[in-house]
Design a protein around this ligand. Structure first.
Ligand code: SF4
Length: 308
């Protein structure tokens, strides 16, 4: 399939540019849905381009820090997932053809839980891989409990990940005990042990490392937290991402001040225990609400939509 085969859906788009000019927020709307995507340019689009797109309008998971606030409208069709990327790429490709981007990453992680919309996610991944074969395709999941059930097609996802080596998976872990994690994610979610097993299964089937994502704060950054994480997520199998996370009404600057020193210290202690660690810093997004969980425009749209 080439780009002309992608069915054009009727999203209207608004593009907002961060003041540092390297981050762009896309707000896509139709009469019944509004979703957000974010485009990051690292140096130049040719050097590194990252797109975070949505898989659902709102989200039924309801993480306590997230702007979706359990405001779930509906899952997106595969056309609508693909259309976000296609529209973002219209801007990127004015600068650089996708095939010439040195590091090109498409992440299913703006709004929605991808694995609660599996059929459309699967279809979108296949189509995006055909259209942008050099792009890495990273699925970020909160690990809803259904993922660990025998009926869930996780095995099919592993098969697809095996046949499309560009696919990656990241689990949003964020706490080192189930009790603390359940407070963060108030809907049924996998236990940390179950997440560890799912990642190991995926790693064994693909021979690649899954990621787990951890947002460090004052109450989950002790040596005991480090020890629990290393014991759950074997460094020989897992990669660690430590993220700055913006609470739904918090600025990126405030979240930096709150988290960065802790993150660096926590990272040093994980590295000492053999973990492979990277830090995700959503710098430069303060004026567009691009930080994870912020989703300012969706929040506004939902308030207006519900008051009609
Ligand atoms: S953080 Fe992700 S999984 Fe959690 S409620 Fe928000 S969109 Fe859903």
């Amino acid at each position: 399939m080439n780009k002309s085969n992608i069915i054009k859906t009727s999203f209207n788009r608004k593009v907002l540019r961060s003041s540092d000019t390297n981050v762009f927020k896309f707000v896509f709307t139709k009469p019944d849905v509004a979703v957000e995507a974010v485009l990051y340019r690292y140096g130049s689009f040719r050097k590194r381009t990252v797109i975070c797109c949505s898989t659902q309008c709102g989200c039924p998971v309801g993480c306590s820090f997230c702007g979706t606030g359990r405001g779930f409208v509906r899952s997106l069709y595969s056309d609508e997932i693909v259309d976000q990327i296609q529209q973002v790429m219209e801007i990127v490709e004015k600068d650089c053809p996708s095939s010439e981007i040195e590091k090109f990453q498409i992440m299913f992680m703006s709004m929605g839980e991808p694995f609660l919309n599996y059929r459309n996610l699967h279809d979108a991944i296949v189509r995006l891989h055909e259209t942008y074969p050099t792009a890495q395709l990273l699925v970020s999941t909160s690990a809803p409990s259904v993922l660990a059930s025998a009926k869930y097609p996780f095995s099919e996802f592993c098969d697809m990940s095996r046949s499309i080596p560009k696919i990656g998976i990241q689990f949003s872990v964020h706490e080192s005990t189930d009790e603390a994690r359940y407070r963060l994610i108030p809907t049924p979610t996998c236990s940390l042990e179950q997440i560890a097993r799912l990642g190991e299964t995926w790693a064994a089937r693909t021979s690649r490392k899954p990621f787990y994502n951890y947002c460090v704060h004052a109450w989950n950054s002790s040596d005991a937290d480090v020890a629990r994480l290393v014991s759950l997520f074997n460094p020989a199998v897992w990669e660690t991402t430590l993220s700055v996370i913006c609470e739904k009404n918090e600025t990126v600057k405030a979240s930096h001040e709150r988290q960065l020193p802790l993150i660096w210290d926590f990272s040093r202690r994980l590295l000492k225990r053999g973990a492979s660690v990277r830090i995700f810093d959503p710098a430069g997004q303060d004026d567009i609400g691009g930080g994870c969980g912020q989703l300012w425009f969706f929040q506004k749209w939902l308030r207006e939509h519900r008051s009609k």
